[in-house]
Design a protein around this ligand. Structure first.
Ligand code: ATP
Ligand code: MG
Length: 255
């Protein structure tokens, strides 16, 4: 049975999309069959994996609002072993259009159920908001992986996020787990990064991944070439660290 993981944190710019792109691509490079779902109207996961968000015909928006099948929206083998369900700015209207719709919390789940047997992993990139799009990602998922940026305000907003996850567990998806937190943009040259990691470890009672993603300029460059890090610069620190994270994620599932 495949695993569905939402990458979520309502704080902006913490490395959700970078993690979603590169975890998906690393899992695929390890031979896992992966579906990457972009639930953010910014569409950065789609373009970062090489899907032109302005050219796509069918997106998550059409899936959620239109009555169409999920197969029609999936771009197959964008990279070996990796399929993409893209989104673009159209999705920003979904929140409003869902007002008053029955069971709107489960629209994505009901669609994904039809294809989930085909995949070892489904990775969902969430927008920086605790919105109906994020709720749809959480009702669809087995677990939530939370990227935390190594900066001074790292813990800010984390209690709301955990509260939201707990509400979804209670009311909508009792199976949902917190996969764990991943530190991102770690800068070994500063004491601050180290202090943030120590502080979060002391204050957060959650699984923390051993792999820490360093600040690496190649990770920031890769999306503009529409490539995940392992294709853009296979020898970079970014490639190495996301591969280690992927191995940890696989091993955690096999525990
Ligand atoms: P949003 O909340 O807007 O969706 P996000 O949480 O998805 O943002 P990203 O888009 O992944 O965050 O990252 C924010 C910025 O930081 C981007 O410009 C990205 O390229 C850069 N970045 C992310 N991770 C790293 C890293 N490890 N090293 C260097 N730059 C990084
Ligand atoms: Mg993002």
């Amino acid at each position: 049975m495949g695993r569905i993981i939402a990458i979520a944190n309502q704080k902006g710019g913490v490395g959700k999309t970078t993690t979603a792109i590169n975890l998906s691509a690393s899992l695929a490079s390890l031979g896992k069959k992966v579906l990457a779902i972009d639930m953010d109207p910014q569409g950065n996961m789609s373009s970062g994996l090489g899907v032109d968000k302005n050219e796509v015909e069918k997106t998550v928006y059409d899936l959620i609002i239109g009555n169409i099948g999920i197969e029609e929206c999936i771009y197959e083998e964008v990279i070996e072993n990796l399929d993409v369900l893209p989104s673009n700015i159209d999705l920003s209207a979904a929140e409003i259009e869902l007002i008053g719709v029955d069971n709107k919390e489960y629209i994505l789940r009901d669609k994904v159920n039809k294809v989930k047997e085909k995949y070892d992993f489904i990775i969902i990139d969430c927008p920086p908001a605790l919105s109906m799009l994020t709720i749809n990602a959480m009702t669809t998922s087995d677990s939530v992986l939370v990227p935390i940026q190594c900066e001074y305000y790292a813990l800010e907003g984390l209690s709301q996020l955990i509260h939201t996850i707990e509400l979804v567990q209670e009311r909508l998806n009792p199976e949902l787990e917190i996969e764990g937190v991943v530190f991102t943009m770690y800068d070994a040259r500063t004491n601050l990064s180290l202090q943030v990691v120590e502080n979060v470890k002391d204050n957060l009672n959650q699984n923390i991944y051993k792999t820490i993603i360093p600040r690496n300029v190649r990770l920031a460059e890769a999306p503009s070439y529409g490539m995940p890090i392992n294709l853009y610069d296979p020898k970079s620190k970014g490639t190495e660290s996301y591969l280690l994270l992927a191995e940890e994620v696989i091993n955690k599932g096999e525990e």
